[in-house]
Design a protein around this ligand. Structure first.
Ligand SMILES: NC(=O)c1ccc[n+]([C@@H]2O[C@H](COP(=O)([O-])OP(=O)(O)OC[C@H]3O[C@@H](n4cnc5c(N)ncnc54)[C@H](OP(=O)(O)O)[C@@H]3O)[C@@H](O)[C@H]2O)c1
Length: 200
């Protein structure tokens, strides 16, 4: 599929490269376009034009302004952002809304799926723990868009877990903060831990 990355920092670059390795056409968009060896790069607007799917991986503080300016209304958006406070130690929104729901208010026609926000960039190419696959919780209100994202998550070697409507982002975003706590404060290592939903 054609994928446009809006925000080519650590997460955007790692996720885009992981999807390109599965055969997808990835375009990296940045405020100031820079080269990523072997890839098409340019502005955010060009990334949006390129993508059937838009990966949103921007710092929360600028995310709503960016999506407002881009007017992404007819595409699937994978929202990987976390609405972190400036110090990165808390959530700026929660309980009664989520980052994804705030983005949805702006991109009214877009089909938004929250995914990958609790997965460290360093984990994206190493999803297996022995015979177990790390889980990726995802949620959204459009079943067709969710089916597309489920396939991408599975292709990358993760265990996709459908968490229901976009409103469930209120519960998934705090999981990302738990991962941040475990990695930054408890020093567990971004490529050594991941979440797994056990089922029977
Ligand atoms: N790193 C991870 O492991 C990880 C995992 C899951 C989710 N996330 C989420 O992904 C998002 C990006 O995280 P990151 O770790 O990739 O951060 P990062 O490396 O610092 O990248 C920040 C991104 O935000 C964009 N940006 C746009 N306006 C900005 C501004 N005014 N100041 C700073 N950055 C601006 C940058 O885009 P340009 O390309 O234009 O520079 C860049 O892509 C965050 O919402 C984070 O919570 C990260």
């Amino acid at each position: 599929m054609k994928i446009g990355v809006v925000g080519s920092g650590s997460m955007g670059t790692a996720l885009g490269k992981a999807l390109a390795a599965k055969g997808h056409s990835v375009f990296f968009g940045s405020r100031t376009p820079r080269s990523v060896a072997g890839f098409q790069t340019g502005t955010y607007e060009e990334a949006v034009r390129h993508g059937e799917i838009i990966i949103l991986t921007t710092t929360w503080e600028c995310t709503l302004n960016i999506v407002n300016g881009l007017k992404i209304n007819d595409k699937i958006i994978i929202d990987c952002t976390n609405p972190e406070t400036h110090d990165g130690r808390g959530l700026a929104v929660g309980h009664t809304t989520s980052g994804s729901e705030e983005i949805a208010k702006i991109c009214s026609g877009a089909r938004i799926v929250k995914a990958f926000c609790h997965v460290y960039a360093e984990m994206l190419t190493v999803p297996a723990f022995g015979t177990e696959k790390a889980s990726v919780f995802y949620c959204g209100d459009d079943s067709d868009a969710k089916a597309v994202i489920l396939k991408l998550i599975a292709e990358m070697g993760f265990d996709p877990v459908d968490a229901g409507p976009l409103k469930s982002a209120r519960y998934i975003e705090p999981l990302a903060m738990l991962m941040v706590q475990l990695v930054r404060e408890m020093k567990m290592g971004p490529d050594r831990i991941a979440m797994k939903l056990l089922k029977r």
